[in-house]
Design a protein around this ligand. Sequence first.
Ligand code: NAD
Ligand code: ZN
Length: 351
Amino acid sequence: MVDYVVYGRGSFNQLDEILSSHRVEGQPMVFLLDHHFENNDAFKSRIPLRGNDELIIADVTHEPKTSYVDEIASLLKNKFGQVSGIIGIGGGSVMDLAKAVSIMMTNDGMAQDYQGYDLVKKKAVYKVGIPTISGTGAEVSRTCVLTGPTKKLGMNSDFTPFDQIVLDPELIKGVPKNQNFYTGMDCYIHCVESLDGTFLNTFSQSYGEKALAMCQEIYLKKDQWDDNSDEQLMMASYAGGMSIAYSQVGVAHAVSYGLSYLLGTKHGIGNCIVFNHLQEFYPQGVDEFHKMVDKHQIEIPKGVCANLTDAQFDTMIEVSLGMKLLWENALGADWELKMNREKLRSIYGKL
Ligand code: NAD
Ligand code: ZN
């Protein structure tokens, strides 16, 4: 779990103080800033740069790749030897990038060597996550999703969670409507998949139910998005992340990973494209999702697999069936009797 959590409107202003006791003489704090803020001088001036601290603009045009993690880690090792800490400020992509770079500052080899479960051997350098979009739960999770040469899989380990997170709802104010929805629905889908899964336990249920209720409140019940909606979404993301930390996601994520591996479809929108067609697995959740889509007038892309070749379908099916834990959570220990290549092909065909 994350060791320290600071929550509150304006809490970003405490960052200097939070970092001060973690500074090591001669070694910089490295801020990985979402490229969304690249030209926002007012925001950049609030980042507490001291001494030889480094500000790196994180390019999140594509979701993080292992090669990008290696590039940043070797740049920092060559320039500084070691750093005091890595602070990620941005959406889920920057959260994952910051976790991965911090792991690669102390572990040998390449980022792709650690894609999997419990492969990370050494404690990472001090790392802080500061979300500027809420929904993914990446700020609390035990993984950092990366696309490598052969797979899209996180570094899932005890050394992956942040040491500190700063949850300041002010930072997510004004995220464009579509982006807010896609990332917010990631949280909603995490809850549905966790609560409906066979891995469910009281820990996951406690967080999942609360997060689900907050998503329903802000996306269905309320008529206007306001500051309180940002606050609820930020805490829903946290609680939704806590819920899956002790369970797993399910069918939507398993199918959407295949889509994103082949087509580069982003996580939030990819989940929406898939979840839109999963009535068979999550009837109530999908019904409610359709109501949210209508209420917020969101365009969910259709026909994304219309022109794919058989070989491309096979690639997606391969990636998806590889997510064994997700399928087991969704369908039970005998999931292979319930899901097969033909069935998956027909799901991809509908997207
Ligand atoms: P994102 O991080 O990819 O960002 C989407 C876009 O929003 C980017 O263009 C970004 O620059 C921009 N942006 C960032 N802050 C903004 C702001 N305040 N206002 C306006 N735009 C802003 O999107 P996301 O949905 O937050 O994250 C998706 C990523 O999270 C994927 O890489 C996915 O794999 C990962 N993820 C990780 C976990 C985990 O447990 N580690 C869970 C779910 C998803
Ligand atoms: Zn997700």
